[in-house]
Design a protein. Sequence first.
Length: 91
Amino acid sequence: MKLLALDIDFSLLIRMRDHFQCQRCGTVYPNNARGLDCSHFVGRANKRLRYDERHCDALCRGCHAFFETHKGTLYRAWKIERLGQDVSDAM
């Protein structure tokens, strides 16, 4: 299976896991609707974590954009709160 197809399937898996709800603001989307992304705390270029569910969350486009501009501060603090310091440090 090609990487793009795997990324699409993984994105759907994360959005389904999170019940098509933005994990930051709580907005719920109809199943598979546009506007809800699979956000990777560590970029997809990191092959070890690319498909690690622990570091991915369903985020609406607004929350995703916000966290992308605050990756080392607010996004990191949010992930630590969700996962615990030990798991976050391993990422």
